[in-house]
Design a binder for this molecule. Sequence first.
Ligand code: IPE
Ligand code: IPE
Ligand code: MG
Length: 262
Amino acid sequence: MEMGAALTESAFPLNHQRLPRHVAVIMDGNGRWAQRRGYPRIRGHVAGVDSVRTVVRQARKLGISYLTLFAFSEENWQRPNLEVRALMALLSRYLDRELKEMQDNQIALRAIGDLKRLPGAVQQDLARTIEATADGAKMILTLALSYGGRTEIVQAVQALAADLLSGRLKPQEIDAALFRRYLYAPDLPDPDLLIRTSGEYRLSNFLLWQSPYTELYVTDTLWPDFKEDDFLKALAAYQERERRFGQTREQIAALNNTSSRH
Ligand code: IPE
Ligand code: IPE
Ligand code: MG
């Protein structure tokens, strides 16, 4: 197995000093994966869970600090009831089955989204797993569930407006850093890399506030087919990018030189 891992790495060589700190993934294409095989869509979701396992393991192994997975959007509530129920059941089963591995590998689970909309049993499973893994110090695995970026922002505005009205906050105190404190996970850094599978070039309401300078990577690979190699390829592509944050290439080069001398 060790040799296989080495071969995979060499196909997409990585600079381990320049890995993204936070990788977010829009796990898309389960339905198409199933339909192409003549299966019901739900089988695609079942197969997708294996890719979740693979990517979580590999991110942890590589030393990525934050991994955020878009598992269920606010808009996904509109899907056929049977599919929604199957997804919720899969989620509970995943939490149950992965708990030990998360604990063994010091992975802390978190969740973002309008979690109150989840079935009570799923909310309980989530809360239990979050609590049981809270000590995990090596990687934060965040599941976006019942998540919508606009709703996140609107809910933040509601809480902020309440603090304004109660006098706890003055309008002139509001800036981006303060606003962030009202989001679902204020301590989560912005994603450095956002991967979307299945060839769709859109954000689908994911991490709207958090992604102003996130590097986007879209692959045609459907989520259930996304494995170690595909993840390494995305990371290698990220390392080819020049992140300028609005500055010039020369400024960025000068910055990189100073920081590498320290
Ligand atoms: C992503 O796969 C999983 C969820 C949105 C829950 P899809 O179910 O969206 O798969 P496609 O896009 O229909 O192929
Ligand atoms: C985005 O995929 C949501 C998740 C992956 C959970 P969708 O399949 O819901 O996105 P659209 O509808 O193609 O934009
Ligand atoms: Mg889809």
